[in-house]
Design a protein around this ligand. Structure first.
Ligand SMILES: Cc1cc2nc3c(=O)[nH]c(=O)nc-3n(C[C@H](O)[C@H](O)[C@H](O)COP(=O)(O)OP(=O)(O)OC[C@H]3O[C@@H](n4cnc5c(N)ncnc54)[C@H](O)[C@@H]3O)c2cc1C
Length: 249
């Protein structure tokens, strides 16, 4: 049974018609960077709950979530229409394995995401422990248009302090021919070697861990390729591997 806390909306950022962030004040239990919780609203007499990843670091009590407003979705359009000081249910307990505690130290940590799937990585990067554990962190974020990379400023700020450790690669799926970006789908850009060429680092099972978050098709195709062609394996509770993933649907 979910133990709910009643939180209040402190701030809302409307990035586009489909993307927004909410910041909640609430009393919740500690969580690890990269974890998710449940948010819920009473809608027509029913509590509708969905999972959302924390994007703030665990030490920051402004609980922030980056959300896609899904057309005809049962919860997200209602979250989009919330106002300041509105009440919202938030699960006191966080869950999820997209966390660094479960990952063996290695040279390179690849963080691959689509859309709002960047959320857990923002929490991990703001937590900063990651920079002690890995030589290089490569954040690969796929969005349709550059305007959809709403946390670019935050990521650039972190990069300034960790310029020798953090590499950011933006992938666009809709605009073409914009300098310094890659164009296409993550699994294809791994298969054809373009991602590795652009970054200048090989995705090798000998020295890397790959995290995948967001679109289930991106996760499936990337994981299949890395397992079949590059010797990667899933990171399991009872068997260390080098792929950790979280599907958003
Ligand atoms: C572990 C976990 C963490 C999650 N964290 C986030 C998060 O931080 N931010 C976030 O926006 N969503 C996140 N999700 C998805 C979220 O839980 C909901 O599924 C989403 O908000 C849609 O809910 P809904 O009730 O509006 O739509 P529903 O009525 O439940 O419709 C669901 C349909 O919407 C589509 N969909 C779901 N999520 C997305 C998405 N993010 N982008 C595009 N299409 C989607 C799928 O086709 C899915 O079948 C997460 C899901 C999981 C399992």
């Amino acid at each position: 049974m979910t133990e709910w806390s009643i939180g209040k909306i402190k701030k809302i950022k409307y990035w586009t018609k489909n993307l927004f962030s909410i910041i909640i004040n609430a009393k919740i239990h500690n969580f690890y960077a990269g974890q998710f919780t449940k948010l819920a609203l009473d809608i027509n007499g029913k509590k509708i709950k969905r999972a959302y990843s924390y994007i703030n670091s665990p030490s920051n009590q402004n609980y922030e979530f980056y959300i896609s407003n899904i057309k005809k979705g049962k919860l997200s359009p209602y979250l989009y229409n919330l106002g300041i000081n509105d009440k919202i249910f938030i699960s006191k307990h966080a869950s999820g394995n997209l966390i660094l505690n479960n990952i063996q130290p290695c040279e390179n940590l690849w963080m691959l995401s689509t859309g709002t799937g960047i959320g857990p990585y923002l929490s991990i990067l703001q937590d900063k422990v990651c920079f002690k554990k890995f030589l290089k962190i490569i954040l690969v974020h796929s969005v349709r248009y550059i305007e959809d990379f709403n946390y670019l400023n935050l990521v650039k700020k972190i990069e300034k302090n960790y310029f020798d450790k953090l590499i950011i690669q933006i992938i666009l799926t809709r605009n073409i021919n914009i300098n310094n970006f890659l164009y296409g789908y993550i699994p294809n850009l791994i298969k054809n070697g373009e991602l590795e060429k652009k970054i200048g680092i090989k995705i090798s099972s000998h020295n890397s861990h790959v995290m995948l978050c967001g679109n289930p098709e991106m996760i499936k195709q990337t994981q299949d390729f890395l397992e079949k062609n590059k010797g990667f394996s899933k990171n399991l509770k009872n068997k260390n591997g080098n792929i950790t993933s979280e599907r958003y649907w």
